[in-house]
Design a protein. Structure first.
Length: 121
């Protein structure tokens, strides 16, 4: 899948859509007027950009996601590890845990994730 990037405001708007979907574009206009003090045209322009990026679709005024919140942030996390740690998940985990400790629950959850990932492959 192609790399998808969103700015801070686009991300906040996307979070709103993910929380409410399916949601009408007219409802989004009202919500963004309150939350971001946007005019109707600004809401529609940002929505169009997010649709053009392949994150959402606006089907006859009903907005829904093409990519879930979890899928989007999973892609962003993978890209971050690729760019920052040369794709090394162990290097990322070492950096993440350096100077800190994991709780027993966190360590157990990570072990379960590793076990599940190994089973799938």
């Amino acid at each position: 899948m192609a790399e998808i990037q969103m700015g801070v405001i686009e991300t906040q708007f996307a979070e709103m859509i993910w929380e409410l979907e399916p949601v009408s574009s007219s409802e989004l206009v009202k919500l963004t007027a309150d939350r971001f003090t946007w005019k109707r045209t600004t809401c529609h322009n940002v929505l169009r950009r997010l649709c053009d990026k392949g994150i959402f679709r606006n089907d006859n005024g009903t907005v829904s996601s093409l990519i879930s919140r979890q899928e989007f942030f999973s892609m962003q996390s993978r890209r971050y590890v690729e760019e920052t740690f040369d794709g090394s998940l162990p290097a990322f985990i070492a950096a993440f845990t350096k100077g800190g400790t994991l709780t027993a629950e966190e360590a157990a959850a990570i072990r379960r994730m590793i076990d599940e990932a190994e089973e799938v492959q």
